[in-house]
Design a protein around this ligand. Sequence first.
Ligand SMILES: NC(=O)c1ccc[n+]([C@@H]2O[C@H](COP(=O)([O-])OP(=O)(O)OC[C@H]3O[C@@H](n4cnc5c(N)ncnc54)[C@H](O)[C@@H]3O)[C@@H](O)[C@H]2O)c1
Length: 278
Amino acid sequence: MATGRPHRPATRSRGIPEATVARLPLYLRALTALSERSVPTVSSEELAGAAGVNSAKLRKDFSYLGSYGTRGVGYDVEYLVYQISRELGLTQDWPVVIVGIGNLGAALANYGGFASRGFRVVGLIDADPELAGRQVAGLTVLHSDELERVVEENGVSIGVIATPAGAAQQVCDRLVAAGVSSILNFAPSVLAVPDGVDVRKVDLSIELQILAFHEQRKAGENAAALPEPENGEVTPVEPPATAAVTRGRTDREGQPARPDGGPDSDGGTDSAPAVMPA
Ligand SMILES: NC(=O)c1ccc[n+]([C@@H]2O[C@H](COP(=O)([O-])OP(=O)(O)OC[C@H]3O[C@@H](n4cnc5c(N)ncnc54)[C@H](O)[C@@H]3O)[C@@H](O)[C@H]2O)c1
């Protein structure tokens, strides 16, 4: 994302907590919307509301960036966009390859939100020879044999895996051997990677399980609020169908659903990014 300010290296050495890092994209999304409306400043309360985060937590998060806002004025929107972008490493372009161009991989390739955030898809790779040569999102799908070449020629450090679970580890190993050091894994499998390689996992079924948890709780609260029948009998409340998630997991790797909703290690319940550490 070009912000027109000089690039300084990200300052991970300041030790920003992972939970804060996980919220930075939420702030950035809200700030970008304000910036697009040419809003010059924003209060912590307004921004917290727009990002779906509690405002005390937001102020603490921004203190890690060295950003304290101005009393009575708030935060400078453009400068915060720049600061967060810099912290997230978005002031530079990141070439990305997507491996597995089926339903999901093709949808990801077609998602315009990557490019606008500095993630340029430079390669679409699939093992199916029938797919090789097809155009998806303006790119030609390449056969898996080309994976190493594409990674090396484009200096790719981020790989997205959208293959079936059974192929994910092998794809991951090849990406890593070719030089990729960050993997976004959509396949329902746990990936083993060497030190220095980061893996993030996206699992929408876990997000649904968290929603099911809240639905179940809401149903329980509503039932508790019902007036008792006059004869004093209490009508048993059937759990909603979604309660089945507590008995059987659809997530093959057995990651439990987290009612806290995400990678927030400080106990927050706000915004649950659909992405988690592997
Ligand atoms: N995380 C989520 O929320 C989420 C949501 C939907 C799907 N998924 C997962 O994403 C993956 C893809 O789902 P889909 O619906 O797109 O499946 P799909 O069958 O439509 O596509 C998979 C593609 O991977 C290719 N492929 C298989 N082995 C490969 C290999 N070794 N190298 C390169 N390409 C290979 C296949 O040829 C196919 O084109 C599955 O693992 C699915 O479970 C995850």
